[in-house]
Each structure stands twice: as C-alpha cells, then as structure tokens.
Write a protein that binds this ligand. Structure first.
Ligand code: ADP
Ligand code: MG
Length: 404
C-alpha cells in the first residue's frame, strides 16, 4: 500500500495546504440536491485547520467544456460548506487567475478558501500532458503542500489529481484512506456469493469495467440506462431508450465470457416504458423483449426496471454475502421511476452481508429515498473510482500518492 498520509507532510502550522476534494454534488436549478460529498470532505478540512494550516479547496463540478459556465459554478458549494464547518469560507471566482491568487495570498492559518470549478480551465482534463502540467504548475504556486482527498476522481489522470501531486509535497487525506480500506475488503477474499449491481447512465464507462469484473464476481446484475445495450444485443428493439449501439459487439463478448466463467449476468425481465422523458410521463410495464410493443411504440423510453425484475434483483442482493452497487436502476429523480432503485436499496440495507453503495448519483439516490448511510456497510463517494479499483486497476491519483 504505502500511501503517503498527512503526517508525512511534517508540520503544517502556518502553511497553505491545497486540498483536492470532490465537491461534485448534484445541482437542480443552482440548488444542491444532495450534499453528501461536501459532508464527506469536512473531516479532512477540520483536521488541517486543527494543525494550524490555511486550507485552499479545489474541485470540479459537472462536465463544463474547459471554459467558465455559470451552471457549473462552485459558489453554492462554498455557502453549504461554510454552514457545515461553522466558519466562513471565502470563494474565488477563478482558479489560477487574479481572484484566486489574491485570495490565496491573503489567507491566514485557520481560514478556508474555495476556488472556482477546476474544469473551467482546459488544462485540468487535457489529454496533452504538457498542458496539464502547465495548469498544475499555476495551481502549485498557490500553496505549500497538497492533500488529495477527492476519492471520486482518483481514477482520472488530471492536472489536479496527478500532476499537482508531483509538483508539491503531497499526501492522501482521510477520506481517500477510509474509502480504500473498505474497497480492500471487497478485493481481498470477499465473502461469497459476491454480486455486483450496475446501472446508471454513464453507459460506455461502465460497460468497460465488466470485462475485468466478471472473473471476480459470482453474479452481475444489470439495470439502469446500460441495460438497453444488452437487450439490443440480444436482438430486441429498445424504442427510444438509452442505447449505445456501437457497444453491442462488446456486450455480446461479455455475455459469452460470462458463460465460459460460469458467472450469471442477470438482466431485468420487465421494463417500465414511458411516453417521454419526464416526471409526469404516462408509462406501462412490458416484457424486456417487447419494449416496442408498449402503447408508445418506437418512441417509448425505458426509464426503470419492472416490478418482477426489481423483486428478482432484491432477492439476489439479499442472498449475497458481498454486494457492490453502482448506478441507479432507473431515473430515480422522477418518483414514478424510482421503484427499481428503491427495491435494490431496501434489499441492500437488509442483507446480512457486506453491502457497498458507490457513485455520486447512487449515494444521492439512496439518501433521497430516505435511507441513511448507516443502513449500508459503506456509502462510497466514488462510483467510477470504486469500480476501477475493484477491477484491479492501478489508479493514477493513488499512484501519485505513493500507492503500489
Ligand atoms: P453514479 O453517479 O452513481 O455513478 P451515473 O452517473 O452513471 O451513476 O448515472 C446516474 C443517472 O442515471 C441518474 O441521473 C439516473 O436518472 C440515470 N438513469 C438511470 N436509469 C436510466 C434510464 N433507464 N435511462 C436514462 N437514464 C437513467
Ligand atoms: Mg453520476
């Protein structure tokens, strides 16, 4: 392991410490709909303040296109963070420009500053290493050390996650440490049966993990937006549902591979099909192989797994000793399409085994549905990061902190 931790940074009294957090919270019309990731970042900030440091928080929010976009401003996060910390949080309207530089220079021990969205800058996510380095070098001028605590992004080779860590004395924060200790339980001799439940909307990202997960699990349950690429691969039309047609050959490969390995891939037998993508859309339940047979024909959109599927998924989850779940089973933000997600969440909260929920939207979903973090073995702030860890990948943001 050998991840560098905060104590390896020596005395931080009077130092300016940059904290790369993951404050990428869901926003609806500028209002934070779930503050779980902000809460998760608080202990490390408090720890550093307690050590006499000044804290400069940096984060991304959403996927803006490398340019300022007010819809993705972190300003509302500064307000919420100040409430949670019970102290003022200054906010700088840029990341490495005049505002940030001035605010960082004025920061005193015990004070907290949040900079604007890192991804307003093309260097943050650039594929060009020199461009990332150049942006990281500007960030590095703001502080004396960097603590990497944004677990949700440690699988990304991005300026603030890897390059900055190479330029300043760097260490993992407590959130990253805690997340890793849980995930190690899932990779080092997990109790069997071991099931992974996948859903959500980042279809191609998540399809890519299946290949390396298959040899590790007993059962793979597939719901959410990715299910339609499976249904289409089996030769059934999916109407206007989320479909990544170019992934069909890959999906056929996974189905074949699962058979060889004796791993069961469980697909929903029924689907809730809606007339359109809206909270109040008319909808009906149809068999998964008859989506276009609904009264909405080819324009019907699958927005949830059906009740029979929900029951089957729940029973497999309840019967497993280890479960990792990433990605909502349906568009849970609309109450009419939250049934599948709620059924899986309930089963996971009831299982005697070790159940982990991972992913920004998945964690937000279980909380929105009235569950508490304590109802599960663990609620992780990272979806993609957790999945890639479970696949056995070396995550660049951890390698940058000394992980082997
Ligand atoms: P996570 O953040 O937990 O990793 P994702 O970001 O991949 O999960 O996906 C979350 C989103 O997936 C939710 O906003 C949800 O509405 C959406 N989703 C789930 N099922 C479907 C579906 N059938 N069609 C479209 N979107 C879906
Ligand atoms: Mg998400």
């Amino acid at each position: 392991m050998a991840l560098r931790t905060i104590d390896s940074l020596g005395s931080l009294a009077g130092k300016r410490v940059i904290v790369r957090a993951d404050l990428n919270v869901p926003l609806q019309d500028g209002v934070i709909s779930d503050d779980g990731r902000i809460r998760a970042s608080v202990p490390t900030v408090e720890e550093l303040l307690g050590l006499g440091a000044a804290v400069i928080l940096i984060s991304h929010l959403g996927r803006p296109d490398g340019a300022p976009d007010p819809r993705y401003s972190l300003a509302p996060v500064a307000t919420r963070l100040a409430e949670l910390l019970g102290r003022p949080v200054a906010f700088a309207a840029d990341t490495v420009g005049e505002a940030a530089t001035t605010a960082a220079a004025a920061l005193r021990p015990g004070e907290v500053l949040l900079l604007e969205n890192l991804r307003f800058n093309p260097g943050e996510t650039s594929k060009d290493e020199a461009e990332r380095r150049a942006f990281a070098a500007l960030l590095a001028r703001l502080g004396d050390a960097v603590v990497s605590d944004g677990f949700g992004v440690v699988h990304r080779a991005q300026a603030s996650v890897t390059d900055l860590e190479a330029l300043l004395p760097s260490a993992a924060g407590g959130l990253v440490e805690r997340e890793l200790s849980v995930l190690e339980r899932l990779t080092t001799a997990p109790e069997r049966p071991y099931a992974v439940v996948l859903g959500g909307s980042k279809v191609s990202d998540k399809l890519a993990v299946i290949d390396s997960l298959l040899p590790r699990v007993d059962t793979l349950l597939v719901g959410g937006g990715m299910v339609f690429t499976f249904i289409a691969a089996l030769g059934h039309p999916v109407g206007a549902s989320l479909l990544e047609a170019d992934q069909i050959p890959a999906v056929l490969g996974y189905l074949e591979r699962a058979k060889e390995l004796g791993v069961e891939i469980v697909l929903p037998e029924d689907i809730v099909v809606a007339e359109r993508f809206a909270a109040d859309a008319r909808h009906e339940v149809v068999a998964a192989d008859a989506i276009e047979g609904s009264r909405f024909g080819v324009s019907g959109i699958g927005l949830d797994i059906g009740p029979k599927a929900a029951e089957r998924f729940a029973s497999i989850v309840r019967g497993s000793r280890t479960v990792f779940w990433n990605g909502p089973m349906g568009v849970f933000e609309f109450p009419d399409f939250a049934f599948g997600t709620a059924a899986v969440a309930r089963a996971l909260s009831e299982t005697d085994g070790f159940g982990v929920v991972g992913g920004g939207d998945s964690a937000a979903a279980v909380r929105a549905l009235g569950f508490e973090d304590a109802d599960f073995g663990h609620v992780s702030t990272g979806g993609g990061a957790s999945l890639e860890f479970l696949e056995g990948k070396r995550l660049p943001g951890l390698v940058a902190l000394g992980w082997e």
